[in-house]
Design a protein around this ligand. Structure first.
Ligand SMILES: O=C(O)CCC(=O)C(=O)O
Length: 263
């Protein structure tokens, strides 16, 4: 299993991430591992839709055209939890950020439906997360080969340096570029076509986007969000922390947010 081996992340890749706010890494998971995750995902979507657990499944017709989103598989599915909590992935995140230890915020499967899959508008993730300090990041693992026809991610290099902006809706026409005061000539997206089993890591403040899925198959991805230990709670609402009685200004920690890699 590739999960037991450390990924050979280079210093140049770490530097690239810090400069650009993202990095693309190839062949992080093996083909058979991708197949196992796909199977578990199908099961999880079926189970969660049956239960209709609103805190774990974002679920409106408009939102569902962008993607079906199933949150926190690691809590219910042991096999998938091995990937989500795996030191192989978490250690990459820790080294990219350059912190002593890193925790899991949540995982989510993102399935863009076939043919009718709508685009995921340009946005930052950090404004949705109830955290004070920056550093949190996402690992987005392709479970199908992805390209511009089925909704691969695109990034604006260096956009994480704009800092946290106001949250934008993933379904409406709010324009993050206007908010950031960026002119057309400054908007130079880089798209992340890649094979299943490869992944990207992006900083929570990096502007990103995914095109619609025009192909006849769904586009499946598994994203894992990590944050540096010591990050404090800002009191905003979020489905994974609501009801946990977290205190504003206190570090986010505990069994819901396990340490997944430490130096
Ligand atoms: O998969 C997508 O369509 C978008 C994913 C995304 O925005 C994210 O993982 O932060």
């Amino acid at each position: 299993m590739s999960l037991k081996k450390e990924f050979p992340l280079t210093r140049e890749q770490v530097q690239f991430y810090r400069e650009n706010g993202y990095v693309q890494l190839h062949n992080v998971l093996l083909k058979k591992e991708v197949e196992q995750i796909r199977k578990l995902l199908t099961q999880a979507v079926r189970d969660r839709k049956k239960k209709f657990d609103a805190s774990q499944l974002q679920f409106t017709p408009e939102y569902e055209r962008v993607f079906t989103q199933v949150i926190n598989l690691w809590r219910d599915y042991t096999e998938v939890s091995e990937y989500i909590r795996s030191p192989r992935l978490a250690e990459i995140a820790r080294r990219l950020v350059g912190c002593r230890s890193i925790r899991l915020w949540h995982d989510h499967a993102l399935i863009k439906p076939a043919r009718d899959g709508a685009e995921t508008k340009w946005h930052q993730d950090f404004p949705y997360w109830p955290m004070n300090e920056t550093g949190a990041l996402s690992c987005w693992i392709a479970l199908d080969d992805v390209n511009e026809k089925n909704g691969c991610l695109s990034f604006i290099p260096g956009s994480h340096k704009k800092g946290r902006l106001k949250p934008v809706s993933l379904t409406n026409r709010e324009n993050i570029f206007r908010q950031a005061g960026m002119k057309k000539k400054d908007i130079k997206p880089v798209s992340m076509a890649m094979r299943a089993g490869s992944c990207t890591f992006h900083d929570g403040n990096t502007f990103h986007y995914a095109g619609g899925n025009t192909t006849s198959r769904p586009r499946r991805a598994l994203a894992i969000i990590y944050f540096p230990s010591g990050t404090t709670f800002n009191g905003e609402a979020h489905p994974v922390s609501d009801g946990l009685d977290m205190k504003v200004g206190q570090p986010i920690k505990g069994k819901n947010f396990p340490v997944v890699a430490r130096k």
